[in-house]
Design a protein around this ligand. Structure first.
Ligand SMILES: *Cc1c(COP(=O)(O)O)cnc(C)c1O
Ligand SMILES: [Zn+2]
Length: 469
């Protein structure tokens, strides 16, 4: 393995400032071979000369005939220029919306006009993962990979399978844990034809195995340890800023699982600031589910900080040892964030430093109530996504977020990803409620919209409509 510093325009670089080893973009790595830390994609901005203003990106709206100008990822190619135009892969990702929602804003405790929902469920496979997959596939094409794999709680595999099916660039292999994947997501992977390997274990086990297998067989790994994937996810923030007329909001609130999104967002803002495109960064709130709260425990309770890269990460190792010793497994209805060993922990700590961040944890009850409110506002999302709204609500109640501040909550995945959770919340079937939600400590469905049962008779139907309509 060559560890020569490269002078290419784009390269990979270890995130540990004391190591800072660099590697060419045509090497396939998921960790620094010297020190084991994570890698960034880095750029020689002086020689690349990116645009000095945002106007360039707005002008691309006029080029609707060019798929790369239409892509919500590649419209910003100049801000993630690791591959030439000819190798870029798009299936039309990133056509997402930033919308003000006053009903959800009122639930969160914000004044009208302040709460924005970034609806990433509108992506081709129904989650934000497509932003990262477009970038990872472009890199895979650059280096000529033939097979790609991931471990997944569902959405990464759905996205990988879709990109494989549409582009025919690679054979997709997905690793899932037993029992935890929602049918909405599993059905996508199966339908799109990916090789699906179900291992006896949870997500953290699947992640460990896929890393080993990918290394052994030389299969391209598309989990968020892949630094190119995070480049694609930076564009979620570019689109948020674009929708706000390039005005930086006060807060970005995002659910935290493997911490790829939060890491990518921090990098996006650090780069925009370094390039002089923005003059301040928003604050970042990362929201864990209480049943998978490693980041919250380490950051808020044990005081773990990035400290410019000089952090002593021993507390993380101790914590993982405790989890093993007590046989504690991640457990939450928000399956997309049911992760106890977030692979991007170090990068997320860096992002929290960049954006003066906070971390909160929310209960199953809070997640489901927030999800129902998001739905009632007309934006269906899956449970993990609603953690952002539940977390924002908590932060407003604490006074950390002011009622007048502009807050952007990321709705990471579509409602139809996990209909079981939705139906169990609204059901009149007490057994279904108890089995699915009651067993998780959810005691009530405060915002349930229950079906009304009537006989197969006109008078009963008319009476029900008169009563409830
Ligand atoms: C992957 C995923 C998350 C977690 O994102 P990370 O980048 O791993 O923190 C949250 N919500 C949904 C819907 C996801 O698919
Ligand atoms: Zn290193």
């Amino acid at each position: 393995m060559s560890v020569l510093a490269r002078t290419d325009l784009a390269f990979q670089r270890c995130i540990d400032p004391a190591c800072a080893a660099t590697y060419s973009v045509d090497e396939v790595l998921t960790a620094c071979p010297v020190c084991g830390n994570l890698l960034d994609v880095a750029y020689d901005w002086d020689r690349l000369r990116p645009p000095g203003s945002f106007e360039v990106f707005e002008r691309k709206w006029l080029q609707r005939g060019d798929p790369l100008a239409v892509s919500g990822v590649w419209r910003f190619h100049e801000l993630l220029p690791f591959a030439p135009r000819e190798t870029l892969v798009t299936v039309g990702e990133g056509q997402t919306l930033l919308s003000v929602s006053d009903p959800v804003g009122a639930f969160v405790g914000l004044r009208p006009g302040r709460l924005h929902l970034q609806y990433e469920g509108l992506n081709p496979s129904g989650s934000f993962k497509d932003n990262g997959m477009a970038a990872a596939f472009s890199h895979a094409r650059l280096i000529g990979a033939r097979r790609a794999a991931c471990a997944s709680t569902g959405n990464t595999s759905a996205s990988l399978a879709l990109y494989c099916a549409v582009t025919r660039l690679m054979r997709g292999i997905i690793f899932i844990g037993s029992g935890k994947i929602s049918y909405g997501k599993l059905s996508q992977a199966l339908d799109y034809g990916a090789l699906t390997i179900q291992i006896a274990g949870d997500f953290d086990d699947a992640m460990a195995r896929v890393k080993e297998v990918a290394g052994k067989l030389g299969i391209y790994l598309v989990n968020s340890v892949n630094p190119f994937r995070l480049e694609g996810q930076k564009t979620i923030m570019f689109r948020v800023l674009e929708s706000l007329g390039w005005d930086v909001p006060e807060w970005i609130v995002v659910p935290g699982g493997n911490l790829g999104n939060s890491s990518a967002f921090g990098k996006a803002f650090a780069e925009l600031r370094a390039l002089g495109l923005i003059d301040r960064v928003p604050r970042l709130a990362v929201i864990n589910a209480a049943g998978a709260n490693t980041l919250h425990e380490l950051y808020e309770r044990r005081g773990l900080r990035w400290l410019g890269g000089r952090a002593d990460l021993a507390p993380a190792c101790h914590y993982y040892d405790e989890l093993d010793r007590d046989r504690r497994r991640a457990d939450t209805i928000a399956s997309a964030i049911e992760i106890n060993r977030p692979v991007n922990l170090n990068k997320c700590l860096r992002a929290l430093e960049t954006c003066d961040g906070v971390v909160r944890q929310v209960s199953e009850q809070e997640i489901l109530d927030a999800k129902a409110q998001v739905g009632a506002g007309g934006f269906g999302c899956e449970p993990a996504s609603a953690a952002s709204v539940a977390g924002a609500r908590q932060l407003v109640a604490e006074g950390v977020i002011g009622r007048d501040e502009r807050v952007v909550c990321i709705l990471t995945g579509h409602q139809l990803k996990d209909p079981t959770a939705t139906v169990a919340y609204h059901t009149t079937d007490q057994k279904l409620f108890n089995d699915t939600l009651g067993s998780r400590g959810v005691s009530r469905a405060s915002f349930a919209n229950r079906a009304v049962s009537v006989g197969n008779r006109i008078d009963e139907i008319v009476q029900a409509i008169d009563l409830y309509g």
